[in-house]
Design a binder for this molecule. Structure first.
Ligand code: GLN
Length: 289
């Protein structure tokens, strides 16, 4: 028999207070919020339900699991990777270190594509560098007749995208190809009504200055856009015009200050600009052609 006493359950409130203090000391400015999200996660409940009952006792094994989560967060692992999920376009996505975590900014790309396809007439939709699949799956969820192709050079990312398609009930309308942008074998065949992409666009020299959560925990290949951040757009400008169906629309996410340069690259490749959309912070975030 163990002579170790069973630890008395601790109240949620006390755990949250200690965790917030610890995260705050680690320099995390959303310390209390993160603590709440992580405790709700280990308790298998919603954050708001937890907040309505902070006097609840937390069993010892859950308190230990929470402690492990808080230690990871203090080491700057992003909350989304600790809980393994992130909401995007009202849908629940599995995330992890193999994919860029979907950001609210990228919803601008989804909205811009929806706006430019009146009556939801898109049939064939392609997402280049699909990652978690968030752009493509959000669009397929809005266009019940559309078929999607997600392309990514990372097989590990495609495994995440596949899992997301399955969870969202969209597997039957989407296929995935592991390739560096468009695979040459499909050069002649496929034409798309809509092409979207959130390519890597951070200038290489700026990667070191990113938040540790992004720099150390998100895939470099989803972030690093080369010396001026525009390498991926040069590749896309060379590929996309031949893959758009007549009247097709291309919508790309861009980094702050890149919209005009990206428009110019595509104009030179023969695609006329069709508008720039700001994100919630007012930054020009999506470029449509
Ligand atoms: N928006 C991301 C960030 O700032 C970058 C995404 C990208 O390069 N496509 O962390």
């Amino acid at each position: 028999m163990s002579d170790r006493p069973t630890p008395a359950p601790v109240r949620a409130q006390a755990l949250l207070r200690d965790a917030a203090r610890r995260l705050n000391a680690a320099g995390i400015d959303t310390a209390r919020l993160d603590a709440e999200v992580l405790l709700a996660h280990v308790l298998g409940t919603e954050r708001l339900a937890l907040l309505l009952d902070t006097e609840r006792p937390v069993p010892g094994d859950r308190a230990a699991a929470f402690d492990a989560c808080v230690a990871r967060r203090a080491a700057r692992v992003p909350v989304a990777q600790i809980v393994g999920r992130r909401e995007f376009w009202g849908l629940d996505f599995v995330v992890g270190p193999d994919v860029l975590t979907p950001r609210p900014d990228s919803e601008t790309v989804v909205a811009a594509a929806l706006d430019r396809v009146p009556g939801g007439r898109a049939r064939r939709v392609c997402d280049l560098g699909t990652g978690s699949g968030c752009l493509l799956l959000a669009l397929l969820s809005e266009w019940p007749d559309a078929l999607g192709l997600g392309i990514d050079r990372s097989g590990a990312a495609l495994a995440v995208a596949r899992a997301n398609a399955a969870t969202l009930g969209l597997s039957g309308r989407v296929s995935w190809v592991e390739a560096d942008w468009f695979p040459p074998a499909e050069a002649a065949a496929a034409r798309f009504d809509v092409i979207v992409s959130n390519p890597p666009y951070i200038p290489s020299a700026e990667i070191a200055g990113l938040a540790a959560e992004v720099r150390d925990h998100e895939p470099r290949g989803a972030l690093d856009g080369g010396a001026d951040g525009l390498d991926a757009y040069r590749r896309l400008a060379a590929l996309v015009p031949d893959r758009l169906a007549p009247g097709g629309v291309c919508v790309l996410e861009v980094g702050a200050g890149q919209a005009a340069a990206v428009e110019a690259l595509f104009r030179a490749a023969g695609l006329m600009p069709a508008g720039i959309e700001p994100d919630l912070a007012g930054v020009a975030r999506a470029v449509a052609m």
